[in-house]
Design a protein around this ligand. Structure first.
Ligand code: AMP
Length: 140
């Protein structure tokens, strides 16, 4: 997939679109998913301009997974879900809706189904509150 610099995550990374920010380093940005599949669903965005894993450099892939691990630790500590999914979609057939590489970190709770993917916007005030809890639990 050729990279489209006007996708929403590229705009967020350039500061041209808003986001609820959790963490940032040289290679990654972590934000709240605005249409979460469960409470505490966050996204790890690579700063490299890659749409899919097939174009991503090894260095950016490693940085993404380093940050995803931290995000999983923070979500687990802050929200105490029974489990946490890490997921990353490549191509529309795989369910990818935003053509900029990102890893989903999705808390799972016993007996709770996941909400539909990218379907229902959450209350921004509620997302901000959850973001504060995840930030406070971010590992060193
Ligand atoms: P995917 O379908 O794997 O590409 O995932 C894209 C994710 O981005 C979905 O879970 C959407 O809910 C989420 N999303 C779409 N637009 C935004 C946005 N502006 N800020 C945060 N998350 C978004």
């Amino acid at each position: 997939m050729s990279y489209d610099p006007n996708n929403i995550f590229a705009k967020i990374l350039r500061g041209e679109a808003p986001c609820i920010r959790i963490f940032e380093d040289d290679q990654t940005l972590v934000i709240m998913d605005i249409m979460p599949q469960s409470e505490g669903h966050v996204l790890v965005l690579t700063k490299e301009a890659a749409a899919q894993i097939f174009e991503l450099s090894e260095e950016a892939a490693a940085a993404c997974m380093r940050t995803a691990r931290k995000a999983a630790l923070a979500v687990k500590a802050a929200l105490e879900p029974a489990g946490v999914i890490l997921a990353q979609a490549n191509g529309a057939a795989a369910g990818q809706t935003v053509p900029h590489l990102h890893v989903h970190v999705i808390p799972r709770r016993d007996g709770q189904f996941l909400a539909m993917h990218a379907a229902k916007p959450a209350d921004p005030a509620q997302l901000e509150k959850i973001a504060e809890r995840i930030k406070a639990a971010w590992p060193a």
